[in-house]
Design a protein around this ligand. Structure first.
Ligand code: ADP
Length: 294
């Protein structure tokens, strides 16, 4: 315990010029990259790299909910499983669910529950899987942001995309998007998820303490970040679904051009009805079975 307090005192998370350990300013996000449709077997998927975080999200459904007794005859269930791989942190994490992952799964499924049009799919479930491959603080926000893209990729009808980002307090300064050191040795961390179109907050948690004014500032920073995240989510979906002319041509090459219409002849003779001419025997067309048929 003494050791931690000593490190906390020694570690200057933000300097006098407002520059953080990784060189960011108080209102800067870590570099983020999102890719949609990265898994073939899932109905929808996305991969996100957010600073040191690497997270995969996969979505199935809406599909018949199993076991049957969990089915809701009026709406779909939105279920989420957040999991951290044993190799995602520096000390091997014990595999399997723990209190933290159960909590994160619950808050993420509740966040999506309020945007998915559940009433359209009674008795079904929409299953979201979030796999953290590498963790560096902010994994629930990264997972939720990727899961939103995966839901859209799966074609699950939703009111809008949801994006999440945390803000917190380090060295007495309210900052956006804390990394691992800032999360461990900072004063507070407050993850927040926002529905793009409406600005509704669908996830809000707090670890540590913020005054009312600090909370207002944190919220302002997270809402601004959500707008940037939405752009990245939309770009990822655009890259997945916009096709170039070359791709269309490769899929279905153009048909050979139709021959030009024949010029009508000036005195066109009407063809004779078969069997009406004196040598009609000769004119009867042969069918597939020869001149006599079968
Ligand atoms: P979030 O990842 O959403 O910020 P936490 O605040 O609970 O969630 O965790 C912060 C960070 O602490 C994680 O991103 C991860 O780097 C680290 N961490 C969480 N759980 C463990 C664990 N069981 N073992 C080692 N490191 C962990």
């Amino acid at each position: 315990m003494e050791d931690v307090e000593h490190i906390e005192k020694e570690m200057k998370l933000i300097d006098a010029n407002g520059v953080r350990l990784d060189g960011r300013k108080y209102n800067e996000l870590r570099p983020i990259r999102i890719e949609a449709g990265v898994l073939k077997r899932a109905d929808g998927s996305a991969y996100i790299e957010w600073g040191g975080n690497k997270v995969l999200a996969a979505v199935y459904g809406p599909r018949e909910a199993h076991p049957r007794h969990i089915q809701d005859p009026a709406r779909a269930l939105v279920q989420c499983r957040y999991n951290m791989a044993p190799f995602s942190v520096s000390d091997r994490k014990r595999p399997g669910p723990d209190r933290r992952s159960v909590e994160i799964s619950k808050v993420i499924s509740e966040a999506f529950s309020s945007v998915v049009f559940k009433e359209q799919f009674p008795r079904t479930s929409v299953d979201i899987f979030i796999e953290v491959l590498q963790a560096d603080a902010g994994t629930r926000c990264a997972g939720l942001t990727a899961a939103s893209v995966a839901l859209a990729d799966a074609g699950v009808p939703m009111r809008d995309l949801v994006a999440a980002c945390a803000s917190g307090k380090i060295g007495g300064v309210v900052c956006l998007d804390l990394n691992k050191e800032e999360d461990n040795f900072g004063d507070a961390d407050c993850p927040m998820a926002v529905v793009h179109g409406t600005g509704e907050v669908v996830l809000l948690q707090m670890d540590g303490h913020l005054t009312y004014d600090e909370f207002q500032k944190a919220m302002e920073l997270s809402l601004g970040a959500a707008d940037k995240l939405f752009e990245l989510q939309r770009d990822a979906l655009r890259r997945r679904y916009s096709v170039t002319l070359e791709e269309i041509l490769r899929e279905a090459p153009p048909a050979a051009p139709a021959p030009p219409p024949e010029e009508p002849r000036e005195f066109e003779q009407m063809p004779e009805e078969p069997g009406t001419s004196p040598d009609s025997d000769k004119e009867l067309p042969e069918d597939d079975f020869g001149p006599e048929g079968l």
